[in-house]
Design a protein around this ligand. Structure first.
Ligand code: EPZ
Length: 423
């Protein structure tokens, strides 16, 4: 199994091109199921998760044309040839569950495995299913499968989410675009990925208003047309490299990063004493001298501090000159990186939703193990800042969500390499 070996202590200096957002791309790809006309996506990130989603879509009848060296991918769902997404395909990646809504909307029925929990928490899909029921679908759960049917088509509905869910908002949008009449989504998620999905669906001929705000109105249409769309820049990837540059010191320009998508992080970085300068097509992050200042973070739905950057920011807090607190409010089990960071010399105490991080002057390299995507990359950041060698096992987590990670870091002067050692 591959592992990543980092010799730390070098500041990052250079330019990092930001890829298309994984968490947007996965839903945009699935949107191709809604139309018999092709959907072309530019700036597609080449990741284990996007390749896997392409395979899943192919199994449902979508022709996927993804040239070996390209970031432009064409999806053509002329016909849906299967409406079943089996356990083996959904269990590997929760976002696969999102094929349910589009198939239900286009064909009138679908059978999709329940995704189950994952390392960061239980992650139910009750809000997704309630939204489809409100649109008139009959839902039966049998032997771990959701069987959904709306044989006379979905109907527009008024849906009020009891709390904010990115996945349920996206999934409801994906179904409502082909429903008969108007659907309103209240207490909708406001993440940039929601806006990206709405923009893409609108380019396909959907009628969605209000994405990016708490209330989204979707007027159903009978069919969608051919479209081309560029995946939004990955704010979590950009944020990760911003934190890496802040933690190691140095100066990095994040090319293509969108400052408006990273407001809460930028505020936290500035509070830690890091210079963050947005420019026309990117963000410059600079820290030359002195210790980082302690900063508390509290994860919240957008525009709050993203849960997907909490682990990375904890690596920065570990080296601050004082005590910081990280509060995780989105997922119940998202501190698995804390004991691994402690192996590198961090001083972290986890109490329920809170991690108390007492900053230390130095981290020291050690072998560590990754448990999920964002936890893994927090260990990469800590390893880049630590003295000596850090070996990160279970690198496949990183490959799910970071495109050309080693290449991007090496281009900024980091000493990072991958080898095929055992985990
Ligand atoms: C998306 O997950 C992202 N995944 C996550 O990124 C991200 O952490 C999360 O949004 C929050 O920003 C993708 O986009 C593929 P939610 P999602 O529905 O949609 C609970 C990463 O590392 N909930 O907003 O699944 C849920 O358990 C990943 O890239 C229900 O109870 O997140 C969680 O506690 C990890 N019932 C909370 O809501 C439901 O029906 C928010 O989850 C749905 C969600």
């Amino acid at each position: 199994m591959d592992r990543i070996i980092i010799t730390g202590g070098r500041p990052l200096r250079g330019v990092i091109p930001i890829s298309g957002a994984k968490n947007s791309a996965l839903k945009l790809m699935v949107a191709s199921l809604l139309s018999s006309e092709p959907l072309t996506l530019d700036r597609m990130p080449r990741l284990a998760d996007t390749r896997f989603t392409a395979t899943l879509l192919e199994s449902l009848g979508v022709a996927v044309d993804w040239p070996d060296a390209g970031a432009t991918v064409r999806f053509h769902a002329r016909e849906i040839t299967s409406t079943i997404a089996p356990y083996d395909l959904v269990r590997k990646m929760r976002a696969s569950f999102n094929v349910l809504g589009p198939m239900l909307a286009r064909v009138g029925h679908a059978t999709v495995s329940l995704p189950g929990g994952c390392a960061i928490g239980a992650r139910p899909v009750d809000l997704h299913l309630k939204a489809f029921e409100a649109m008139g679908a009959d839902i039966v759960i049998e032997q771990g499968y959701v069987k959904a049917a709306a044989l006379r088509g979905l109907k527009g509905a008024s849906i009020v989410f009891p709390f904010v869910s990115v996945g349920a908002t996206e999934h409801a949008m994906l179904a409502a675009v082909l429903a008969d009449g108007e659907t309103t989504l209240e207490n909708a998620a406001r993440e940039p990925e929601i806006v990206d999905l709405a923009n893409c669906l609108n380019a396909m001929g959907a009628k969605i208003e209000g994405a990016g705000g708490g209330a989204i109105v979707i007027t159903g249409v009978t069919s969608l047309r051919e479209a081309r769309h560029m995946v939004v820049a990955d704010r979590i990837e950009a944020g990760t490299y911003a934190i890496a540059a802040a933690t190691t010191g140095g100066e990095v320009r994040l090319e293509g990063a969108v400052a408006q998508h990273l407001g809460a992080l930028i505020q936290a970085l500035r509070a830690a004493g890091v210079e963050v300068i947005p420019d026309a097509d990117g963000i410059v992050v600079r820290r030359e001298n002195g210790r980082l200042q302690p900063v508390d973070i509290d994860t919240q739905p957008f525009p709050g501090f993203p849960t997907d950057l909490q682990a990375q920011f904890m690596a920065l807090m570990a080296l601050a000159d004082g005590t910081s607190i990280a509060r995780e409010n989105i997922f119940e089990n998202r501190f698995m990186h804390a004991p691994e960071l402690s192996r590198l010399g961090a001083d972290i105490t986890v109490r329920g939703k809170e991690a108390v991080v007492r900053g230390v002057a130095k981290l020291h390299g050690a072998p560590v193990m990754a448990t999920d995507l964002r936890a893994s990359v927090s260990l990469v950041i800590a390893g880049l800042a630590a003295e000596g060698e850090t070996i990160i096992n279970r690198v496949y987590h990183l490959d799910r969500g970071f495109e050309r990670l080693e290449e991007k870091l090496v281009a900024c002067g980091a000493d990072v390499r991958r080898d095929g050692g055992s985990a």
